[in-house]
Design a protein around this ligand. Structure first.
Ligand SMILES: Nc1ncnc2c1ncn2[C@@H]1O[C@H](COP(=O)(O)OP(=O)(O)OP(=O)(O)O)[C@@H](O)[C@H]1O
Ligand SMILES: [Mg+2]
Length: 415
């Protein structure tokens, strides 16, 4: 899959998943709210209807006036309550209101068996109850259109909020997805450049080897000794390929695993092996190698292999970027809870500009490239990865043309 497609698809997936989660939560919230609101919508109205019904049931409503009878039902607590009193099909009493007129009285369904119901009449909606008392049929109604309107308004408001929130969620999810993907994209690109740079670095030695082999195969009758120079050049190139291969492997391993294994050792013993090798190298290269270690023993618990690799990376550079008669100093001191290792050389130095890119993978100053000094620019980035794993602080000071000092602050104990 192409890199751009991968990121577009991932971004779309993040947005869609965020949106789905937010939508599920919002819709659930809205449905639950509406359910509770609706289920309690007529509660107040029903309460008033039942209270009024009880008031009527508890009072005598047929009052005798001389020989005639009069039906007087108690006055409702609120003018919204509508009452009709029937004797058979004759309307004996009704409360004053604007909803029902002559020939347009409320009709209860045929199957009505008592209790509270919702009635529709002429586009209005009511809660209603009907009951019998003293041979009279009494109907009580309450207009609930305002309550129904409030439900509609609530639904409309919820719908609108849902749309606005979907818009906001999409914008936020898109912004956050871009934010989350930024470092991933960067790491991905770095990986791609890494592979490109690595293959680029391998191209030159491979081209040299190929050229030499082609040259030799053109003269199959020649004896091996006649091509001694070509062979030694090829071996040199193969060695640098091997080193590059090993460093790349270590670097990627360090990036993925980055584990430490602490082993106890005394610092002077640890330095001893390194000291021996580089003292011999200094003699061979006609350079001065000075080692300074603490007088009293200092015990440390280090990942010996990795710390050693760090020192070797720096010592290798110090020897590579110095000339004959130059001095390389390896100084070890104990400062508080750390061991400070100083690797100082009086070599070619590094310009201020190059110091900024020193730890970038495959970086080599144009100066060392021009001088034809071998290397692939992996050493210091490997040092940086190792230092990160081991908790080592790395510092560099350099003056172009005068020399360089690398300082490692190594904790006394590593787990
Ligand atoms: N002690 C030093 N003196 C001068 N320049 C240095 C020194 N150490 C590092 N550099 C500069 O930093 C660059 C990167 O160093 P690094 O060790 O990463 O790579 P390298 O030495 O070129 O190759 P290799 O991967 O084989 O170590 C070098 O190419 C060089 O330009
Ligand atoms: Mg190096």
């Amino acid at each position: 899959m192409k890199q751009s497609d991968l990121f577009i698809r991932t971004k779309r997936n993040i947005i869609l998943s965020t949106l789905s989660i937010v939508l599920i939560c919002l819709i659930t919230f809205i449905l639950v709210t509406q359910y509770f609101y609706k289920s309690r919508l007529f509660e107040g109205v029903d309460q008033q209807l039942l209270t009024y019904k009880n008031m009527i049931l508890n009072e005598e409503i047929i009052k005798k006036k001389g020989k005639s009878e009069e039906v007087i039902i108690p006055a409702p607590l609120t003018p919204d309550l509508i009452s009709f009193v029937w004797r058979g099909s004759e309307l004996v009493d009704k409360s004053p209101h604007t909803y029902f007129g002559e020939g347009n009285y409320p009709v209860f369904p045929k199957e009505y068996e008592g209790g509270l119901i919702t009635l529709e009449s002429k586009g209005y909606t009511y809660r209603a109850v009907s009951f019998e008392k003293e041979g009279l049929s009494i109907q009580l109604l309450f207009n609930v259109d305002p309550q129904i309107l409030s439900v509609k308004q609530l639904e409309r408001a919820n719908g609108l909020s849902l749309m606005v929130l979907i818009g906001i969620t999409m914008a936020l999810a898109s912004y956050l997805a871009a934010l989350v993907l930024k470092p991933v994209k960067k790491a991905y690109n770095e990986q791609v450049y890494f592979v490109q740079d690595a293959s680029h670095e391998m191209r030159t030695p491979l081209a040299v080897i190929k050229g030499q082999v082609e040259l030799m195969t053109a003269h199959p009758q020649d004896r091996i000794e006649e091509h001694f120079e070509q062979f030694s050049q090829m071996i040199g190139e193969i060695r640098s390929l091997e080193k590059l291969n090993r460093d790349l492997l270590l670097l990627s391993k360090e990036d993925i695993e980055g584990k430490t294994v602490g082993e106890a050792i005394e610092v002077k013993n640890f330095i001893g092996e390194i000291r021996e090798f580089y003292t011999e190298l200094a003699e061979l290269q006609n350079k001065h190698f000075i080692v300074k270690v603490p007088d009293s023993p200092v015990n440390v618990k280090w990942d010996l292999e990795k710390v050693k690799r760090c020192l070797i990376i720096l010592l290798e550079n110090a020897f590579k970027y110095t000339d004959e008669e130059d001095t390389i100093l390896l100084g070890v001191t104990k400062v508080n809870k750390s061991i400070v290792v100083r690797i100082e050389d009086s070599g070619i130095g590094i310009s201020k500009e190059d110091q900024k890119r020193l730890f970038d993978r495959f970086f080599r100053s144009s100066d060392v490239r021009a001088r034809g000094i071998e290397g692939s620019g992996i050493g210091l980035s490997l040092l940086q990865s190792l230092a990160h794993t081991l908790g080592i602080k790395v510092q560099v000071q350099s003056t172009y043309g005068k020399g360089t000092v690398f300082t490692l602050e190594i904790p006394l104990k590593m787990n």
